[in-house]
Design a protein around this ligand. Structure first.
Ligand SMILES: N[C@@H](CCC(=O)N[C@@H](CS)C(=O)NCC(=O)O)C(=O)O
Length: 209
């Protein structure tokens, strides 16, 4: 079995993958990358991710970067964990839509809210369109989630979208909507998320020493 290593800063966007790995349930190692010590910009790490960012995942000789891509990869690589919608299943289109919606719409909308530009580019030129539309689309999707985005089955799409919504809620960057609150409550009940969050707390102390 090829070894799984997560390059991680706790907590950060790599916490998305930490949660995903806990859901997958295969053994994995964590290699902490300290931003404070500049480890993400050292040649050894740039050889793994030339972007100088976490997360990165090593699976045997395969290296994957970009949180949503890693979640998609893990869900497909470990199908027995039932976290993907396989090729050939008609629901895969919707599943991939949510996996891409995370980094291409939800995250940029939140960042735009956190650091508004003096002059906002025209809506048509922004991939995420506008903040309110992103929130409305997600409120509709989470409001009709039964109980998850893809129905009864929890998938990698919930890890990606759920992480974005959790993060935006934590920093009060997204509006309070009953649909978001109910969906996040369901996600917070997942033992894998609870394990990853608890582990992140102790890792945070460790990585700065
Ligand atoms: N597009 C990347 C973004 C990763 C990212 O921005 N990671 C941050 C942590 S939240 C980072 O490594 N920051 C360190 C830096 O840029 O110096 C992804 O989705 O994985």
């Amino acid at each position: 079995m090829p070894k799984l290593t997560l390059y991680h800063a706790a907590p950060s966007r790599s916490s998305i993958v930490h949660w995903m790995l806990e859901e997958v349930g295969e053994p994995f190692e964590i290699q902490l990358v300290s931003f404070k010590k500049g480890e993400n910009l050292k040649p050894e790490y740039l050889a793994i991710n030339p972007m100088g960012k976490v997360p990165a995942l090593k699976h045997g000789d395969t290296v994957v970067t970009e949180a949503a891509a890693i979640c998609t990869y893990l869900a497909d690589a470990f199908p027995t964990a039932s976290l993907n919608v396989p090729v050939g299943d008609a629901r895969r289109g919707d599943y991939l839509k949510w996996l891409f919606f995370g980094p291409s719409c939800l995250e940029p909308a939140i960042i735009e809210r956190a650091f508004p530009r003096k002059e906002a580019p025209p809506r048509a030129s922004l991939g995420f369109g506008d903040f309110d539309t992103v929130m409305n689309v997600l409120a509709k999707a989470t409001g009709s989630a039964k109980p998850y985005l893809m129905g009864e089955e929890f998938t990698a799409a919930d890890v990606v979208i759920g992480s974005g919504l959790r993060w935006g809620t934590m920093f009060k960057l997204i509006p309070e909507r009953p649909q978001f609150a109910a969906y996040l409550l369901r996600l917070n009940e997942r033992p894998a998320l609870q394990r990853a969050t608890a582990k992140d707390r102790s890792l945070q102390a460790q990585q700065e020493t």
